[in-house]
Design a protein around this ligand. Structure first.
Ligand SMILES: C[S@@+](CC[C@H](N)C(=O)[O-])C[C@H]1O[C@@H](n2cnc3c(N)ncnc32)[C@H](O)[C@@H]1O
Length: 254
């Protein structure tokens, strides 16, 4: 595919990062919380989780593929020269996969944190399939309230100091990270899986990923995902690894 059909590099150019002259600082939960919501010691978002909608712990959403052992094996693929400290998930929904990753990070990677980028507005399947639609938990005035389910699930698992939600589209989330030069070592992509959008997500998040890091995602079984991944790997000369329904891309160190 000719590179000029979609210029992967132009997607993130044209906007000056903040403090671009400084060496990128370590990305911490408190730093990102402070930028997005204010000081976490006085205004922790989880403290207001039950203010508007009351949810009970619920992890019954059935389509979570990521399992603990799989995540552990993937994180071990990160190049040994990199310290795993900042992980990003795009598409968190009720927080099932975020909880799995958060627990592993909490146990084995002190000081690390997980940023969850999601609109919490669902994907197409959730709006047209009644069984999954239930999990969106749409209010009577027509808006999904699953974000509050995510907050409750994270609270109940004691992950509130290291899992942080950002209610953004995947594209805005990537631009946010680029603006602050927040570069993750591991990225998990599990958003809407729409063809074309997936290619843009792959491009944006690949550019953000630290050399030696891992970009992986769900639903290799979807033809839209396979199609965009194959285009992307062809353009970048990468090899796609697979583990069941999970696909994995390793970013070369140099
Ligand atoms: C399949 S669910 C994620 C499931 C979760 N990773 C798990 O394993 O339990 C997909 C999520 O992607 C989110 N999403 C869809 N399109 C998005 C976009 N363009 N930007 C950000 N989030 C998006 C939806 O709101 C939904 O929460």
């Amino acid at each position: 595919m000719p590179e000029e059909i979609i210029d992967l590099n132009s997607i993130v150019s044209g906007r000056q990062p903040i403090n671009s002259s400084e060496t990128p600082k370590e990305v911490t939960f408190d730093r990102v919380h402070s930028i997005l919501y204010g000081n976490s010691s006085t205004k922790l978002i989880y403290d207001n989780a039950q203010k508007y909608f009351t949810k009970k712990f619920d992890q019954t959403y059935p389509h979570t593929s990521l399992q603990r052992d799989l995540f552990i094996s993937i994180i071990q693929k990160v190049h040994p020269s990199l310290k795993v400290q900042f992980v990003v998930e795009i598409g968190s929904f009720t927080g099932n996969s975020a909880s799995i990753m958060g627990k592993v990070l909490k146990e084995s990677y002190p000081g690390s944190f997980l940023l969850c980028i999601d609109t919490w507005l669902g994907d197409l399947a959730m709006w047209i399939n009644k069984a999954v639609w239930e999990h969106l938990s749409v209010s009577e005035d027509g808006r999904p309230t699953v974000y509050y389910q995510f907050l409750t699930n994270i609270i109940k698992q004691n992950l509130t100091t290291m899992v942080l939600p950002a209610s953004m589209t995947s594209i805005i989330g990537a631009r946010f990270l680029q603006t602050y030069r927040f570069y993750p070592q591991v990225i998990y992509l599990d958003s809407a899986h729409e063809q074309g959008e997936t290619l843009i997500e792959l491009s944006l998040y690949w550019n953000l990923l630290r050399p030696g890091g891992i970009l992986f995602g769900d639903d290799w079984g979807w033809s839209s995902v396979r199609c965009d991944l194959k285009k992307f790997s062809y353009m970048k000369n990468l090899t796609i690894e697979q583990a069941g329904n999970t696909w994995i891309l390793k970013k070369p160190v140099n």
